[in-house]
Structures are given as structure tokens and as C-alpha cells.
Design a protein around this ligand. Structure first.
Ligand code: AMP
Ligand code: ZN
Ligand code: FE
Ligand code: FE
Length: 287
């Protein structure tokens, strides 16, 4: 059975612009059948989304997106069907929040050194009291006239390699995958194109290594994936017998041309992946 699902969505709890309930209602209006909330390093939005999902009749999976250190470009790991009440998960995510807070202060210092007169309270205001990330710095800079657009703030100051960029601690693949598994979840490699321009063999070896650590799927469908990349990632997932997932990485209306449920191949992805994930989660509980 075909259906519309979107397994990669951010809310105001991290750096999206819609609250978890707004996301759920928006997805329902768009005719989606199932979604997952995947905020960066936090599961705080999941409860509200689950409750709203029940109210409006939309299947909501729990989720999270964790940044991972790896020998290639940018690696993000999605975790689905996680136990959001796990105290172990809570502790690990709180640790990441601490890492983020320390980093934010360093970014602020660097910006000050560059003559950018924003205060942390400006940034906090943009984050609406929730987790602070670079997009909130960008918004504060925009508001105070230090940048013309969000992208301009990233390009001139915040992106990797730019003068106010600050690196932060990331879990290694083994630890990140282990965290998701330990709280009953399904670890999936997010948007593999951000790993960079790997040779097919290099990518396959890396995916095989991740599978040996417990990886259970690849986010094959993603707005920025080309048809060629989709074919390649799909081939890898099928060859190694892991799940094919997809999502929009919706962040609300900050990113133009991205909406819930819109990503290359959103009609190709089968609703059955949801059933498979739920089954995997149940089996995990019994083991
Ligand atoms: P952070 O979690 O603070 O590292 O911020 C990550 C978020 O910043 C991502 O989810 C994107 O929304 C945004 N971002 C990261 N790199 C860029 C970039 N080069 N250009 C625009 N936005 C970016
Ligand atoms: Zn984000
Ligand atoms: Fe990501
Ligand atoms: Fe994301």
C-alpha cells in the first residue's frame, strides 16, 4: 500500500518554527498518514506530538536526530520508535544539551570579537525558550541587521569554516547507534549525501561497518538527494537488507521550498516501513 509518510521533521523544541502539535495538525491537513518527530539531540517534543496525533488521527512515531562524528563529512543518525522515557536516553541527551550550551557561549564570544553586538538574550528569544542552535543566532543577527538573510548569516559567520564557527563534541557512530538501540529504537543513517563525495565502495564499506554496529536503515528519500543518489542508496539498503526511509527535514517555514511530506520520492515510499518498524520495536522488547 502506498501512502504519504514523513520521517524527518523538526519542531520548535529544536530549530523548527512549528510546535509539535502544529506539525501534527499540518501533516494531517496535508493528508499524511504517518510522521516522526526528529528534533536535534532532544525528545522533548515527542509527547505533545503523540497526544496530538491521537486527537487528530495521525500515526506519530517517536524519534530523534543525533549528530555523529565520523571520518567523512556530516553524519546524522535518526533514531525511531525510541522509548522517550528511558532515563539512559535522557541522561545522554542532557549531556549533549550541556555540550550545546558551552558551544553557544563560544559562538557568542566569537561573534562579539567580530563586532556583532548581539546578546545571548536575543538568541534565547529566537529559540523561544527551547534548545538553542545556530539558526537562532542567524535569526538574531538578521533582526539586528548584521545579516541580510539566514543563509547570509551562515555563509559569512556560522557555517563550518566561517569565522564564528565552533565545533562541538559528537558521539562516535558506535556510541550513537548504541544509545538508540539501548532505548529500544531503530537507528537509521540520515541524508547520506552529507557524508560527502564518497566513492561507491567507500560508502558501502562505511554502511557495512555501521550495520555491524546495529544500523537498521538508510534515509534514501530526502529533498536534496538526486535521482542517482536515491538509486544508489536504495541499492545499498536492499543489498544489505536494511530499511528504506525518507523525510523532508521540515523545519517550518524557514527553509523555502520544503514542506511536510515533500521530498524526492515521497510517493514511492511504502507505508509498510511503518509497520516493519513497529514490528521490529515489539520484537526488540521481547528479546
Ligand atoms: P546546530 O544544531 O546549532 O549545529 O545547527 C544546525 C542547523 O543549522 C541545521 O539543522 C540547519 O538548519 C542549519 N545549518 C547548518 N549548516 C548550515 C548552512 N551551511 N547553511 C544554512 N543552514 C545551515
Ligand atoms: Zn535543524
Ligand atoms: Fe540532519
Ligand atoms: Fe534534520
Amino acid at each position: 500500500m502506498g501512502g504519504y509518510i514523513d520521517l524527518h521533521i523538526h519542531t520548535t523544541v529544536s530549530d523548527g518554527t512549528l510546535s509539535p502539535s502544529e506539525v501534527v495538525r499540518h501533516a494531517k491537513e496535508k493528508g499524511l498518514k504517518a510522521i516522526a518527530i526528529t528534533d536535534h539531540d532532544t525528545v522533548e517534543g515527542n509527547r505533545e506530538a503523540l497526544e496530538e496525533g491521537k486527537k487528530v488521527g495521525l500515526d506519530v512515531l517517536t524519534g530523534v536526530e543525533i549528530s555523529v562524528g565520523c571520518p567523512y563529512g556530516t553524519m546524522h543518525l535518526l533514531g525511531y520508535c525510541i522509548d522517550i522515557d528511558s532515563s539512559f536516553l535522557k541522561e545522554r541527551l542532557e549531556f549533549l544539551q550541556k555540550v550545546r550550551s558551552e558551544r553557544n557561549l563560544k559562538i557568542l564570544d566569537k561573534l562579539k570579537g567580530l563586532g556583532i553586538g548581539i546578546d545571548f538574550s536575543d538568541v534565547l528569544q529566537m529559540a523561544g525558550g527551547e534548545q538553542v542552535g545556530r539558526p537562532h543566532f542567524a535569526k538574531a543577527m538578521l533582526k539586528k541587521g548584521y545579516a541580510n538573510t539566514n543563509q547570509d548569516a551562515f555563509d559569512r559567520f556560522l557555517k563550518k569554516g566561517a569565522p564564528a564557527y565552533v565545533d562541538r563534541f559528537r558521539f562516535e557512530p558506535q556510541e550513537a547507534i548504541g544509545i538508540i538501540l539501548k532505548c529500544g529504537g531503530i537507528p537509521v543513517l540520515a541524508h547520506p549525501f552529507t557524508l560527502g563525495d564518497l566513492k561507491p565502495k567507500e560508502l558501502e564499506d562505511f554502511v557495512v561497518e555501521l550495520i555491524s554496529l546495529g544500523l537498521k536503515g538508510i534515509e534514501v528519500f530526502y529533498p536534496e538527494h538526486t535521482d542517482r543518489q536515491i538509486a544508489g542508496y536504495r541499492y545499498l539498503a536492499e543489498k544489505h537488507g536494511i530499511l528504506i526511509t525518507g523525510g523532508s527535514d521540515f523545519h517550518g517555514y524557514g527553509k523555502p521550498n520544503v514542506d511536510i511530506g515533500i521530498y524526492n520520492g515521497n510517493k514511492d515510499i511504502s507505508l509498510s516501513v511503518i509497520e516493519t518498524m513497529k514490528k521490529m520495536q515489539e520484537e526488540g522488547k521481547r528479546n
